[in-house]
Design a protein around this ligand. Structure first.
Ligand SMILES: [Zn+2]
Length: 207
């Protein structure tokens, strides 16, 4: 587990946004080609055809806002399968990705046709003792939560969910969180290290 930045002696999750991590880059505007962009664009501003909100990368500066997530780190967590607490890769030796959900949330995800979440994985090293651990075969990016801008420069919608397949709308979105569909979610047997979990898979591993 990586060293965590602390606040008043307590570790602060990798995902958490700090007050010093302010928005930077100015106001996004549509370019002549119709794509929303920052005044001075950088190639890493876009992913999945979406412009992502630019926030200063400064964990430890100011105080943590425990209810807020850092857009760039949330994106990195879900895109790369990183742990929301320490930022390390979360995938275990059996190639599954551990996730922490409340039992109610896990039931919703398993019963729903679209098992969508914006919550990143939590690696086994960061899992509190006694927690119910779930695991997924993988996670596929499906949607973005973000603000929609009109060509006039006005923000017309806030925190809208836009499918990554809605290619006509994606150029108007300032992304704030990536949403993934998790596949083959199941409860991990408690107390067993991941490599000892029997590899009984009802369906082929898609990743
Ligand atoms: Zn971790």
């Amino acid at each position: 587990m990586a060293d965590l930045v602390t606040w008043q002696g307590d570790p602060v999750p990798y995902l958490t946004r700090w007050t010093g991590e302010t928005a930077v880059g100015g106001e996004p505007r549509h370019t002549r080609g119709g794509l929303l962009a920052y005044p001075i664009p950088e190639p890493e501003d876009w992913a999945y055809g979406v412009l992502w909100r630019r926030l200063r990368q400064a964990p430890g500066v100011g105080r943590p806002e425990f209810r807020a997530v850092h857009t760039g780190r949330q994106l990195a967590c879900l895109r790369d399968g990183r742990c929301q607490i320490c930022g390390d890769l979360a995938r275990t030796a059996d190639r599954r990705v551990p996730w922490l959900f409340s039992v109610a949330e896990a039931d919703r995800l398993r019963q729903s046709q679209d098992a969508w979440t914006a919550t990143p994985p939590t690696c086994r090293a960061c899992t509190p003792p006694g927690a119910t651990v779930f695991s997924a075969a993988g996670a596929v990016p499906v949607a973005v939560l973000g603000d929609i801008y009109a060509r006039s420069g006005h923000r017309t919608d806030e925190d809208a969910t836009v499918l990554l397949g809605e290619t006509a709308t994606l150029p108007d979105v300032l992304g704030k969180r990536l949403i993934v569909e998790i596949t083959d979610l199941r409860v991990e047997p408690s107390g067993l290290p991941p490599q000892r979990i029997p590899a009984q898979r009802p369906s082929p591993d898609p990743q």
